[in-house]
Design a protein around this ligand. Structure first.
Ligand code: ADP
Ligand code: MG
Ligand code: MG
Length: 947
């Protein structure tokens, strides 16, 4: 029996009564000390300040990127307004258990931390005479620019605003701060939303009304009394629309804001961004609460954003923008034209914007010129940060009455071109090693460097309509639309669109992602449009001031000339030029840093990268991009060109083998010529040629007009053609008479193709070329199928060798693209010299999804998370991938040196490439333009394996 007494909150006293038969009971006294609650409870709040900092950069998962880096900056001795971070774990608690629960968890810690800020800043939160104001900022693990809502100037109310005015001697500033707070809080926390399209932003509508009443143009023209008036009107609107009063108690404001940040993790635009960037929902966001510093306290105050290197080109040049007498969001919102931080940048900007040196110096001077000391401090901070993080930093700062405060640092988003250049330059500068440089470049982002640029010839005649800032490089041509939802609609219908806006906001994200390019009339290099476009690798021209956008009439006007929705324009995101009409584009080249990076990549790469190419021209591009062979040549593509289709149709129409052979004989020299071209281009490298694969109905016209034309051309009756087309009709052609089934029923096709390949190989050998032909049998499901085709191939090759009196080495292999072939890969492997996984068909047949019909349901599947990624884009590793792994093992078990590759679309998808590397394939094969992407992805897979 045990008796327990409670001595105090944390000490329990146990009496255990041990009864032994026949003896006196003994009392054992046991003290059990319960540790204080703090150490067993989870810590939800981490402070950062000059005197005490609990977090650090490595704690991004817990503190979010912003919070972890704020803490790290404090540790580096960089001046940061003091504050604290509420962890992402608290956000998860909020999502799961709600407001009350999380408030209980964090309340005491938050109160203690606010006290720390108070002592550092020498002001009290809620002190009406000299109020401490706070900002509340969200910050997830991965940076989500503009996604989550920030609240500035929190802690202000009708009394505190007077105190602030007296204390700073700046009444306008105090009321401007109050006005901003009511606006942000009303929107973000209280949820005041537009009621109609005209009411796009209810607070801005009120501001516009007051400006009209006062006959002033700019927000900055409004005086203290006007701002006071705005605050009253804002509050009245909130009361009228929401039936609630604006909260006056600073603590109520604080809790409201913290919860709103948690809540905003689930708002629409955050969801869209997560979707686009594959950020899991479970991560949650942290909340940063921080003392306010004021960039709007007059002309010795400012706020800005800077990059340690050029985010567009990658040039190692410190650059950025700032606004004098402004508060944070003003720069990003693109409302005023910002000034350049460095003198160099300012000169370049003026040149692009066609602004004279005179005007530049008087109206848009650089920070370097007007605040040289602060500028030096900023350069010092910027250098310290880049050297510390060893990556390009994107920093936010505010200058309050001549004192510099850093507000944020993170690895800056950049274009594909900048990724490459920064990685290679940092490598040369000795900041990072080769492997780090290679890991710095997202393989998919190389796409931007491979994509077309404007044809220089076509550009000569192009008319420049306007100039803006080169916000995100590339060339884009498309039809004008003015609204994001319209961009989506038009794009869905297959149009190329350019989204033209005054400025963009996070609501426009989906529209931006489907547009070919983005053009804004306002905003700088760090405006929302610019930052997001660079992140997407999308062409963007921002701040083209000559453009007047009329949303109501869906038009834009430049110097009196009007363009309508649907008109064509072209953008050059590298120069900032806007052109009239459609301009043709041309291929990019693989040179400079890009070329060097790719060479370096080959040093660490194990897998080979081949290309899917059907013509000598494609083969040449593939080789230029570094392909080490052709992994798939689809011979049927050669059947469509010019005269050939006539011979192909003759073969299809033939009544018997003799007729077919006659037609095939006409095709032979043409096919041989094609193969000669391929072997010449790929001299010394393997060329894998697949025998005829598609169902024959693909070669005959399905509509009557074309059937009539075919009848005339071939001098047969329309009736005969109709009958044959009818005969060729299949209910499910994908699983019908195709692949090796064609070669089995018409061996003469296989004979002709083999003859063309072998003769071409011998012809090229005579010319001194090193030919490495691989003949591939498609869609095999049984060993006998393969054997039957292999027999035809060998026999034909032997007779060509006998005719020519010369031999050549070549391989006979098969595609593994039916699940059955994968299952019996050991018996197939005994016969076939190589396997090439045809993951397109293998995916279709394994999942039972027809790729051509999957569009009807796959989007829903992806949305519901039934499949995480489109299995036709990124290989289904658990299912289809398992078949691949199994076939690899079985194949190697029976033939040690069996050559293993993959030639489906997946060969150009970085995640799939990584999987194939791990599976132990010898090569992947993808479209010529994806070759560099696959090369880098294969390298990264190898480097990851080393770690
Ligand atoms: P985002 O994640 O969208 O960049 P931030 O939390 O960085 O949002 O806030 C947006 C802007 O608000 C910042 O760039 C900064 O200029 C301003 N800001 C945030 N906190 C403060 C602060 N404590 N003092 C002054 N300005 C701030
Ligand atoms: Mg920021
Ligand atoms: Mg196939």
């Amino acid at each position: 029996m045990v008796t327990i007494f409670m001595l105090s909150d944390d000490i329990l006293l146990f009496f255990s009564h041990l009864h032994c038969l026949g003896c006196t009971p003994k009392y054992h006294i046991v003290y059990l000390v319960i540790p204080p609650p703090m150490s067993t409870q989870t810590k939800y709040v981490y402070v950062f300040s000059s005197s005490k900092t609990e977090g650090e950069a490595s704690m991004k998962n817990l503190l979010g990127g912003k919070g972890a880096n704020l803490a790290e900056m404090c540790r580096l001795g960089i001046v940061v307004p003091p504050g604290f971070t509420i962890t992402t774990e608290a956000c998860t608690e909020y999502t799961q258990k709600g407001k009350k629960h999380v408030l209980n968890l964090i309340k005491a810690e938050v109160q203690q931390s606010v006290a720390l800020i108070e002592s550092e800043m020498g002001k009290k939160f809620g002190d009406n005479a000299d109020p401490l104001l706070l900002s509340v900022r969200s910050g997830a693990r991965a940076s989500m620019p503009g996604m989550m809502d920030t609240i500035l100037n929190l802690g202000i109310n009708d009394e505190a605003v007077e105190g602030l005015a007296r204390k700073t001697g700046n009444e306008r500033f105090a009321w401007d701060s109050y006005r901003r707070f009511v606006q942000m809080y009303g929107d973000v926390v209280m949820g005041l939303k537009p009621v109609s399209k005209e009411d796009h932003d209810p607070f801005e509508v009120i501001i516009d009304m007051l400006k009209a009443e006062k006959r002033v143009k700019l927000d900055t023209d409004l005086e203290a009394d006007d701002l006071r008036e705005l605050v009253q009107r804002f509050k009245a609107l909130i009361r009228a629309r929401l039936g609630r009063d604006f909260p006056t108690d600073p603590w109520e404001q604080l809790w409201g804001s913290v919860m709103a940040v948690f809540e905003s993790w689930n708002n629409d635009r955050a969801r869209v961004y997560r979707e686009l960037n594959e950020i899991p929902e479970s991560w949650g966001t942290a909340v940063n609460v921080q003392a306010m510093v004021f960039g709007n306290l007059g002309n010795s105050s400012a706020t800005g954003v800077a990059f340690t290197r050029d985010a567009g080109t990658g040039e190692d040049l410190f650059n950025g923008e700032f606004l004098v007498n402004a508060q944070g969001e003003d720069v990003v919102a693109g409302i005023r034209t910002p000034q350049q931080i460095t003198l160099e940048g300012s000169h370049r900007w003026a040149q692009l914007a066609c602004i004279s040196e005179e005007e530049r110096r008087s109206q848009y001077p650089s920070l370097e010129e007007i605040m040289p000391e602060v500028y030096q401090q900023l350069v010092h901070a910027e250098t310290t940060l880049e050297n510390h993080y060893k990556d390009m930093q994107d920093v936010e700062f505010t200058i309050q009455e001549g004192k510099l405060w850093m507000l944020q640092t993170r690895n800056g988003k950049r274009t594909g071109a900048a990724m490459v250049r920064i990685a290679m330059e940092m490598l040369r500068q000795g900041m990072i090693d080769e492997k780090t440089a290679l890991m710095r470049v997202g393989p998919d982002r190389l796409d931007e460097l491979l994509h077309p640029i404007f044809d220089t010839e076509a550009l000569k005649d192009a008319r420049v309509l306007a100039r803006g800032l080169p916000a995100s490089p590339g060339a884009a041509t498309g039809q004008i639309v003015f609204f994001a939802d319209e961009a989506e609609e038009w794009a869905k219908k297959g149009h190329s669109v350019i989204l033209v806006r005054l400025e963009t906001s996070p609501e426009d994200l989906r529209g931006m992602s489907v547009a070919k390019g983005i053009l804004t009339a306002r905003g700088g290099m760090t405006s929302h449009a610019a930052v997001v476009a660079r992140g997407m690798g999308k062409c963007c021209v921002s701040g083209a001031g000559a453009i007047h956008v009329d949303y109501k009439n869906h038009t834009m006007t430049i110097e009196g000339q009007t363009w309508h929705e649907g008109d064509w324009i072209s953008l050059n995101g590298s120069t900032g030029e806007v052109y009239e009409g459609q301009i043709t584009t041309m291929e990019a080249a693989l040179s400079g840093d890009f070329g060097e990076l790719m060479q370096l990549a080959d040093k660490y790469r194990r897998m080979e990268v081949r290309a899917n190419a059907d013509t000598p021209e494609e083969a040449a591009i593939a080789r230029k991009f570094g392909a080490t062979g052709i992994g798939l040549c689809r011979t049927e593509h050669m059947f469509f060109e010019g005269e050939r289709i006539i011979a192909v149709r003759e073969m299809i129409l033939a009544d018997d083998e003799t007729g077919r052979r006659k037609a095939l004989a006409k095709l032979l020299p043409m096919q041989r010529g094609d193969f000669e071209g391929l072997f010449r281009e790929m001299n010394g490298l393997p060329v894998t040629i697949r025998l005829l694969d598609p169902p024959l109905h693909e070669f005959v016209p399905q509509d009557e007009d074309n059937q009539q034309a075919m009848a005339r051309e071939m001098k047969v009756s329309l009736g005969k053609i109709k009958m044959r087309v009818e005969e060729l009709h299949e209910f499910n052609p994908m699983m019908g008479h195709r692949g090796c089934r064609l070669g089995i029923t018409y061996p003469e096709i296989t004979e002709m193709q083999t003859r063309a390949i072998i003769e071409a190989a011998l012809n090229m050998k005579v010319k001194g070329m090193d030919v490495r032909a691989e003949i591939m049998v498609p869609l095999v499901g049984t060993v006998r199928e393969f054997n039957a085709q292999a027999e035809v191939i060998s026999r034909t090759a032997e007779s060509v060798f006998a005719e020519r009196g010369e031999r050549i080495q070549f391989l006979i292999g098969t595609m593994i693209e039916t699940p059955r072939a994968a299952l019996i890969a050991d018996s197939v492997g005994k016969q076939a010299e190589f396997f090439s996984f045809g993951t397109n068909d293998l995916t279709q047949l394994t999942l039972g999804f027809s790729r051509d019909d999957a569009g009807k349901f796959l989007p829903h599947y992806l949305k519901k998370g039934i499949y995480e990624r489109d299995p036709f884009q990124s290989i289904d590793q658990q299912g289809v991938g398992l078949l691949v792994q199994m076939a690899v093992q079985k194949g190697r078990a029976v033939r040690k040196d069996i050559e293993l590759g993959i030639c489906g679309e997946h060969g150009g998808d970085p995640a799939s490439v990584e999987f194939f590397h791990r599976t132990g394939l010898d090569y992947v094969s993808c479209s010529p333009f994806r070759v560099p992407i696959a090369r880098l992805a294969a390298t990264q897979a190898a480097i990851r394996e080393l770690k």
